[in-house]
Write a protein that binds this ligand. Structure first.
Ligand code: NAD
Length: 430
């Protein structure tokens, strides 16, 4: 019987690695699931919900993971959790593979196999396992919901006896998974939506959501997509033309949602201080690229900055602010990933290390780092003379800074008004 353990996350992370719904499916498939008491409360999943789904409840994290063949986490867990696990057991989560290489190396040295879900290859077979998509989609929604809540005017056009309320103008920069959901959400709220991206494939998707596409459509733009579907870094000449177009457009926008990312690079700077100053007071920018340095010049990761009446939301972990949905989708991603690695007859863990998905996501095995990029960052100092045997084909989150680890995910947010920073109303800056 395969044993699955779920420890509690750090106090800044409301999500959890398994939902009661997924526990039920895993138990039905013959797994034994142990969840740390209270671990689901941030997502409103009680111990009772887990028990009813067939899980055992453990009093401590060590008890939850010590007998497990597989441990599911949201973020990279503290070393103590890996130390409490059996050698050769699999730790699967968003392990933040390109930050704190030494910390990752220490985890590897425990002999636990590490799988970073951020590295999932972006192929059709892996769509149901794609945690970046499931979480970005919610982030795109939450960005617009936050902006709408903070915006001191209405989004839809309203024709009333007392006069007409104009529709708000929303501009979405970067039309990946988060951007598409941001467009759809803003359209549902009745805003006039425009969007931009450097990938030509996006143009039709934007139009199909009822928004207008705006971009410098030159020869470089036609070649801007990699074979993996991601954006390329653009030339300085293109960036200049793009900046001129954006500057002209942004000054008339009420809400700007930025989501532009390039794999392995810091977020491109798309909104300058001058552009922010051209916007009307009361306008809002939500910068979903804040974790990678931000698309706007004045973004402060983890804070809401204010400049001349324009608020710039640099909130981190937006999916964690929709934790019920985020945990449910994340748990389904993990279950989908684990499923092919369960021997259905013997009901034991049987990882196929040759499988493209295992190869893509594996970071460590038998005490050694097996991901080339992580090994490179360790500069040969890796665990037990680690051999770098896999290439991170989809190393999307290989920036200078990627998603914060538990310890780095704390909010800063001193409450200062006008020109300073202020805490989000009722929001958590995790
Ligand atoms: P992302 O988070 O890497 O980037 C967000 C967007 O920013 C992208 O659309 C990118 O083109 C854009 N961008 C980059 N530089 C820009 C600039 N200077 N100006 C404007 N926009 C800029 O993207 P993502 O959400 O991860 O999606 C990337 C692609 O991967 C999409 O085509 C998506 O459909 C695809 N995808 C495939 C799978 C799968 O097949 N399993 C899963 C998820 C996403």
């Amino acid at each position: 019987m395969i044993a699955i353990g779920v420890p509690a996350e750090g106090k800044d992370e409301p999500r959890i690695g398994l939902s009661p719904e997924t526990v039920k499916k895993l138990v039905k498939a013959g797994a034994k699931v142990t969840v740390r008491s209270g671990a689901g409360l941030g997502s409103h999943f009680s111990d009772q919900d887990y028990k009813e789904a067939g899980a055992q409840i453990a009093k401590s994290d060590a008890d939850a993971v010590s007998g497990a063949d597989v441990v599911f986490t949201v973020r990279r867990p503290p070393l103590a959790i890996a130390k409490a696990m059996k050698k050769g057991a699999a730790l699967i989560g968003m392990l933040d593979p390109f930050s704190d290489a030494e910390g990752l190396d220490a985890l590897a040295k425990t002999g636990v196999s590490l799988f970073a879900m951020e590295l999932m290859p972006r192929i059709t077979r892996a769509q149901s396992m794609d945690v970046l998509s499931s979480q970005s989609n919610l982030a795109g929604y939450k960005a617009v919901a936050d902006a709408a809540a903070a915006f001191e005017r209405a989004l839809p056009m309203m024709m009333t006896a007392a006069g007409t309320v104009p529709a708000a103008k929303v501009f979405v920069m970067g039309v990946g998974v988060a951007g598409l959901q941001a467009i759809a959400t803003a359209r549902r709220l009745g805003a006039i939506v425009t969007a931009t991206d450097v990938r030509p494939a996006v143009k039709e998707q934007v139009a199909s959501l009822g928004a207008k596409f705006i971009a410098v459509e030159d020869e470089e733009f036609k070649q801007a997509e990699t074979s993996g579907g991601y954006a390329k870094e653009m030339s300085d000449a293109y960036k200049k033309k793009q900046a001129a177009l954006i500057a002209d457009h942004v000054k008339n926008q009420d809400i700007v949602i930025t989501t532009a990312l390039i794999p392995g690079r810091p977020a491109p700077k798309l909104i300058s201080k001058a552009m922010i100053e051209s916007m009307r007071p009361g306008s809002i920018i939500v910068d979903l690229a804040a974790e990678r340095g931000g698309n706007a010049e004045l973004t402060k990761p983890g804070e809401i900055a204010e400049h001349k009446g324009v608020r710039i939301f640099g909130l981190l972990n937006l999916p964690g602010q929709v934790p019920v949905n985020a945990s449910s989708l994340y748990a389904r991603n993990l279950q989908a990933f684990l499923d092919p690695f369960i021997d259905k007859e013997k009901k034991v863990l049987a990882i196929d290390w040759e499988d493209e998905l295992a190869q893509g996501t594996a970071i460590a095995r038998d005490g050694a780092i097996v991901n080339a990029m992580v090994a490179e960052r360790l500069g040969g100092k890796g665990a037990s003379g680690a051999k770098a045997v896999t290439k991170s084909a989809s190393a999307k989150s290989a920036p200078a800074k990627s998603a914060p680890s538990r310890s780095a995910a704390k909010a800063k947010a001193p409450a200062k008004k006008n020109g300073g920073t202020r805490k989000p109303k009722g929001g958590k800056t995790t």
